[in-house]
Each structure stands twice: as structure tokens, then as C-alpha cells.
Design a binder for this molecule. Structure first.
Ligand SMILES: Cc1cc2nc3c(=O)[nH]c(=O)nc-3n(C[C@H](O)[C@H](O)[C@H](O)COP(=O)(O)OP(=O)(O)OC[C@H]3O[C@@H](n4cnc5c(N)ncnc54)[C@H](O)[C@@H]3O)c2cc1C
Length: 418
């Protein structure tokens, strides 16, 4: 039956369940929403052909442990800057793009997925009750489990703002701050702290002789990061493991810590921030057959599950949780969400028409990275090599660690169109 805009309405409806409402999950949910309404997807760089001819009724449920969308990339800075913090967490109920009866948001933790029955068990944060949600298509996008201070501990926006206030005061009032771990998070954390609190003594300690030692990046990138940190006033200590951390003064309001390094050197400091915690996939709710040996979800290039599980073709993984080679990045998560949306839409159409879907396949990600280091950004791409500069910071991250760029790309502030 054609509607006013000439788009045919499909009689059957589909339930889509998205686990994780961040870059990957929202990209999948919103691009799929566009396609289901007979419009081009909002990313629209990989979709072929005219807008879809069918309007497909879908009910999308998004489950997240947090009560909103959190701009994770900005975490090292927003945890130490109240203004940025306030802008970087938007409750799902305040996101215009999700304001429709066709989107249901649940704040809770998915504890188990039954791929055969196509159901998920959700521990609701508010009621503490476990409910069961059925789905036709599942998109898992719950990323990696990270701990404070890489990410906030809070799961509610209001608590997060309180957490930020406390963290900012701790950092500001401390007699020196030591960041332990010179990976991507540690270098950003050290640089941002030094920029926000220029009078503060900030030291970065890394166990290897090269920063970013576990990333597949060339030495000149790591060296550029090192020199920008030093130029910005961060003291960088390489090739030393912290072998002991002891509180030496608990009497005053601000405790003092003594760190002992592998070579016997000691550093006395007012605050220690660990940036070395291992990130663990959040996939514990899935059957082991769906996962590789490290807990990432095995996928085909279509992003459908490739493990030996029932109804695998109705299960998709996107973002950090997917076992996909390359550096885990927010751009990659959104790209995957876009592809999952297009493929699920194709499957829905095929089910309605009774034919075979034509699925898009993802290419391997090149080793690409962009880091915000105070006033400058440093980037690496295989084509352009290592670059840095204040102009790069502006184009990549704006003045809010990329928050507006991501929000605008996802069109979160645009009203949900029926
Ligand atoms: C400090 C830091 C800085 C970064 N900087 C950059 C950068 O500059 N550029 C870049 O491209 N990338 C950067 N990254 C990487 C980027 O943030 C990730 O690649 C991206 O967040 C992955 O998105 P995602 O949607 O897969 O998962 P996430 O963004 O991790 O989102 C997962 C969501 O799932 C929810 N969740 C988890 N478990 C459950 C569960 N069981 N039930 C329900 N919900 C659940 C979480 O609450 C969360 O909202 C950075 C990462 C960090 C930590």
C-alpha cells in the first residue's frame, strides 16, 4: 500500500535489539531507522541506489548500562574539566534523534543472550529485576570493559558530574600527578592534564623504551608523541616499571604517594593515575562458540556472527567488541554500525520479498590513529605518515575533543523523523 510519499508499507514488523548505545550501537540503530522509513541512511557514503521503496515497521530497543550517550574519546579531558564533562554525557531521553515511540531505551546490563530462542536477559538498573527481550535481529556493540580513570565509574549523568568535580579537585590540589602507562590513553591523559592545569607537575612513566609500544605504529609516530608531550611540559620517563606504590602521608587532606621505579628511583607525588588496565571484551553474555579465544565476537566481513551458533545470520557485532583487525577506533565503530544497518535492512527486505539478501562486506581497517595532545593533534595514516599540528587538532577534535563532530555525524540533535 503506497503512502503519501509513494513508499510501499510492509505489513510485517521487526524487533531489533541493540546492546550498547555508544558510537557503534547508535550508528547501527539510526542508520537502520532511516532505511526502514524509506530514506537514505544518514551516513550515506556506502549505500548504492535510490532511497528504499519500502517502509518497514521496526521497533528498536537499545540497552545500555549508562543512562546516556557518553563521548568516550573525550574521557581523559572531560574527567578533569567540568564544562566538557557536562557536554560529553547526554541522557538517552534527551537525545532528539531517539524521541519516537519506535525506540525503547532500557538502562540495564545484558547478562545472557540465547541465540536459539532469540532472547536477551536484561538486569534492569532501576528495578533490579531481570526481564527478557525478544528480537528478530541482534546488534552487539557493548565494547570493552574499561576502568577508572580511563572511563568514569558512574552510570548516571548526575553521578558523573559529581565524579568529575571530585577528580578535578584531586588533580588540582595534588602536589604533582604521575600517570602510569604510555599507551594511547596515558599519553592523552598526561597531555590534557598538563594543559588544563599548567602549574601542575605531570609525569608520565612507561615500562617500555617507546611510547605506544603495543600499537602497530611506526617509531616516528611514537617519537613525535614523545616530543610533543615534553614540549608541553610533561616529564616523560621511559623504560621503567613502577614496582611499588606506597602512601607516605595520609594525615593531610591530600595524601602523598611514593612510587619506586625498576631502577630504584623514587618519585613522591600527590596523585597517581593508572592508564595500564587491560581492556576486556564485554561479551560474557554470549555463548563461547560465538567468541574467539580472547573474548571478541567472531564475525564475517558482513559483520554477522561467524561462530557456530544458531541463527548466526540474525546476529551482528560492531565496534570494539568485534574480532576485526586494526586499531579500535570510534570512526571504525560507526562505520561498522552503518554496514550492519545496511545489511540488516537488506535481510528484512529479502524476508519480505522471499529472495536472497545482497550484503555489503567490510574491508580490513588500515592502521590509522589520531591523538589529541593538549594544543596539538598527532595523526598517522599509511598514506600520509605522521603529522602533527594545532590545525590538525582543530579539524579532528574541534575544541571539545571531537564531541560535536561525533554528535553531528550521528545527527543526534536532529529530531527523529517519522
Ligand atoms: C580514553 C580513550 C580515548 C580514545 N580516543 C580515541 C580517539 O581519539 N579516536 C578514536 O577513533 N577512538 C578513540 N578511542 C577508542 C574509541 O573510544 C572506541 O573505539 C569506541 O568507543 C568504540 O565504540 P563502541 O560503540 O564499540 O563501544 P563503547 O564506546 O565502548 O560503548 C559500549 C557501550 O556498551 C555499554 N555496555 C557495556 N556492557 C554492556 C552490557 N553488558 N549491557 C548493556 N550495555 C553495556 C557501555 O555502557 C557503553 O555505553 C578512545 C578510547 C578511550 C578509552
Amino acid at each position: 500500500m503506497p503512502s503519501n510519499d509513494g513508499v510501499l508499507a510492509v505489513a510485517r514488523s521487526f524487533r531489533v535489539l541493540v546492546i550498547g548505545g555508544s558510537y557503534g550501537g547508535l550508528s547501527a540503530a539510526l542508520n537502520l531507522w532511516d532505511l526502514s522509513r524509506g530514506r537514505l541512511p544518514r551516513f550515506n557514503y556506502a549505500y548504492d541506489g535510490p532511497p528504499p521503496a519500502h517502509r518497514i515497521p521496526i521497533q528498536t530497543t537499545i540497552v545500555d548500562e549508562r543512562d546516556g550517550y557518553f563521548h568516550l574519546i573525550g574521557s581523559p579531558k572531560s574527567l578533569a574539566c567540568e564544562k566538557l564533562a557536562s557536554e560529553s554525557w547526554t541522557r538517552f531521553q534527551d537525545i532528539p534523534a531517539l524521541k519516537s515511540a519506535d525506540f525503547k531505551i532500557i538502562q540495564g546490563t545484558v547478562t545472557k543472550v540465547d541465540c536459539a530462542a532469540q532472547t536477551a536477559h536484561i538486569l534492569d538498573t532501576a528495578t533490579k529485576l531481570t526481564t527478557t527481550e525478544s528480537y528478530d535481529f541482534l546488534i552487539v556493540s557493548s565494547g570493552l570493559r574499561r576502568v577508572f580513570p580511563t572511563v568514569p565509574e558512574s552510570l548516571r549523568r548526575d553521578d558523573f558530574l559529581g565524579e568529575t568535580r571530585k577528580h578535578t579537585e584531586n588533580v588540582r590540589n595534588a602536589h604533582g600527578v604521575v600517570v602510569v602507562g604510555g599507551g594511547a590513553v596515558g599519553v592523552e591523559m598526561a597531555a590534557e592534564l598538563k594543559m588544563l592545569e599548567p602549574q601542575q607537575r605531570v609525569t608520565l612513566v612507561h615500562s617500555r623504551d617507546r611510547l605506544l609500544s603495543s600499537e602497530p605504529l611506526p617509531n616516528d609516530f611514537a617519537e613525535r608523541v614523545d616530543s610533543i608531550l615534553r614540549e608541553g611540559g610533561v616529564k616523560v620517563i621511559l623504560g621503567q616499571r613502577v614496582v611499588d606504590t606506597t602512601v607516605v602521608d595520609t594525615e593531610s587532606n591530600q595524601p602523598t604517594w611514593r612510587l619506586t621505579l625498576g631502577d630504584g628511583r623514587q618519585i613522591t607525588t600527590g596523585h597517581v593515575l593508572s592508564a595500564i588496565s587491560r581492556c576486556i571484551p564485554t561479551s560474557t553474555y554470549l555463548a563461547p562458540q560465538a567468541l574467539d579465544e580472547t573474548g571478541y565476537v567472531k564475525v564475517h566481513p558482513s559483520l554477522q556472527f561467524s561462530g557456530n551458533i544458531p541463527n548466526a545470520e540474525h546476529h551482528y557485532a560492531v565496534g570494539d567488541l568485534a574480532a576485526w583487525p586494526g586499531i579500535k577506533r570510534c570512526g571504525g565503530a560507526m562505520h561498522m554500525g552503518h554496514y550492519a544497518a545496511m545489511n540488516i535492512h537488506q535481510q528484512m527486505l529479502a524476508e519480505v520479498r522471499g529472495d536472497k539478501p545482497s550484503l555489503k562486506t567490510l574491508n580490513p581497517f588500515p592502521s590509522v590513529i589520531g591523538l589529541a595532545l593538549g594544543k596539538k593533534a598527532v595523526t598517522y595514516t599509511p598514506d600520509e605518515g605522521t603529522r602533527d599540528g594545532e590545525d590538525l587538532l582543530t579539524s579532528l577534535f574541534g575544541d571539545d575533543m571531537g564531541n560535536s563532530n561525533c554528535r553531528n555525524y550521528l545527527k543526534l540533535s536532529e529530531a527523529c523523523q517519522a
